[in-house]
Design a protein around this ligand. Structure first.
Ligand code: ACO
Length: 428
């Protein structure tokens, strides 16, 4: 029996529900027995007040701008950790010692190759296909190639398929890019780091030796850390919902990729850079701010606002710093960065954005960095998918291991016609 109880009174009848406490963050009212007792559902489209699961992976305090993975602040992980170490942490719950990290990194690198027949899949796509269209298709198709790891009841199978997904995503994403520019696929080089290997597979060509620039490798790795997991966001919830039916992990991650593609979610980094390019110079910013505030104009400031953060997204802080590091390393500048800084400054002093607590999110600056590194905008969301695969598989594993897990099956408030008799077409 929980210490705290919540009481719901409807038409003079009261129903008691336990209030569950997490280790930190808001308590939740456990309404699982509501329907059985009262014949009523709760109504929460968009899940703004609904906890869908118990999780020990990631904690966000949106009011304070806090993001913790297994308790560690994202700023510390971005500064001191690596993507492989963060992946280990998310999957296993603790930071690895050196031996554990080496073994994990070696295991992932041993799974980086794709079944050779998968290369023929790419040739079925148009050359101008969006990389996310290719990612959805190829990742879903992995289930047809790796039958030996799809028994989700077997923890060893789950582990192998999780490792395969994390390891193969860079290869899949790089091949999507290579296909779009008409260059030959570059096979993985397991002597390089996870991120260095990805950069080489993307930008290297067989005719020349590719040299990984350490500062770019570090920045890219940090971007991967910043995108690794983010609690029960739309794509993660999609992965969990797909997985709740017992679907295989490759199919579940393909579902997550599909959800991530949308401009309100992972597609926002692409949309943010397109927007900054459309704005162009700082003198045009006020016009776009006015448009964003106009209720009759569908235009929104992309890279601004967040369902959970009502404060500065802690990932955006790291991103802004990383822009400068990449510019210094590559000895480039981009006037778009000045436009972005000025836009942020003006928006943060504008009553509309202040009152609605709209701050830059992770996507606001990431496009500028990715563009400086050489990625076309269409690849941005694919990179997000690559990194988020770690969170998706960690959350999926957590859900499958939970003995209380049930198929996800929301209910509804039905507003359609009540029962009526069929009318033959001649009488309508
Ligand atoms: N520009 C202008 N106005 C905005 C913006 C924005 N970027 N974001 C929210 N608002 C306004 C809305 O019009 C709304 O105003 P209203 O209360 O007068 O109707 C209010 O702020 C609340 O917005 P909602 O859309 O209801 O908030 P919600 O939590 O559902 O949406 C979302 C969050 C989708 C991220 C939204 O802020 C948005 O569309 N931002 C731009 C897209 C973006 O950057 N997405 C990336 C999110 S981070 C990620 O996925 C990694």
């Amino acid at each position: 029996m929980a210490d705290k109880q919540a009481t719901l009174t409807v038409d003079g009848k009261s129903y008691d529900f336990p209030v569950l406490e997490g280790s930190v963050g808001p308590d939740v009212i456990d309404i699982r027995k509501l329907y059985g007792q009262s014949h009523m559902f709760t109504y929460d489209p968009g899940f703004t007040s609904t906890g869908s699961c118990e999780s020990s992976l990631t904690y966000i305090d949106g009011e304070e701008g806090v993001l913790l993975h297994r308790g560690y602040p994202i700023g510390q992980l971005a500064e001191h950790s690596s993507f492989m170490e963060t992946a280990y942490l998310l999957l296993n719950g603790e930071l690895p010692n050196q031996g554990e990290l080496d073994t994990f990194t070696r295991t992932i690198s041993r799974h980086t190759m794709l079944h050779e027949q998968l290369a023929t899949f790419y040739r079925g796509f148009r050359r101008d296909a969006h990389p996310m269209a290719i990612m959805c298709g190829v990742v879903g198709a992995l289930s047809a190639f790796y039958h030996d790891s799809t028994d989700i009841a077997d923890p060893e199978h789950r582990k192998i398929s999780s490792h395969r997904l994390i390891a193969k995503m860079p290869t899949i994403a790089a091949m999507a890019y290579k296909y779009s520019v008409g260059q030959p696929f570059v096979y993985p080089d397991n002597t390089l780091s996870y991120t260095g290997n990805f950069l080489r597979m993307t930008f290297g060509v067989p005719a020349e030796e590719y040299e990984v620039i350490p500062a770019v490798e570090k920045a890219m790795d940090r971007i991967f850390i910043l995108h690794a997991d983010h609690e029960q966001n739309a794509s993660t919830s999609t992965v969990r919902l797909a997985g709740s039916s017992g679907a295989n992990p490759f199919a579940c991650i393909a579902a997550g990729i599909a959800c991530l593609w949308g401009p309100a979610h992972g597609g926002a980094n692409e949309a943010a850079l397109n927007m900054l390019q459309e704005i162009g110079t700082p003198d045009r910013i006020p016009h776009f701010i006015e448009r964003a505030k106009d209720k009759n104009d569908p235009f929104r400031l992309m890279g601004f606002g967040h369902r959970v953060y009502k404060n500065y997204d802690p990932r955006a802080t790291v991103m802004q710093k990383t822009v400068r590091e990449v510019f210094d390393a590559l000895k480039v500048t981009d006037p778009i960065f000045e436009t972005a800084l000025r836009l942020e400054e003006l928006a943060l002093h504008d009553d509309y954005f202040v009152e609605k607590k709209l701050f830059p999110n992770v996507d606001f600056y990431s496009g500028i960095i990715l563009s400086a590194i050489g990625f076309p905008t269409t690849m941005f969301t694919a990179l997000f998918a690559l990194a988020r695969t770690v969170g998706w598989v960690a959350q999926w594993n957590e859900m499958i291991s939970d003995p209380g897990q049930k198929i996800g099956r929301p209910r509804q408030l039905y507003t359609g016609p009540t029962q009526r008799d069929y009318v033959p077409v001649a009488k309508r």
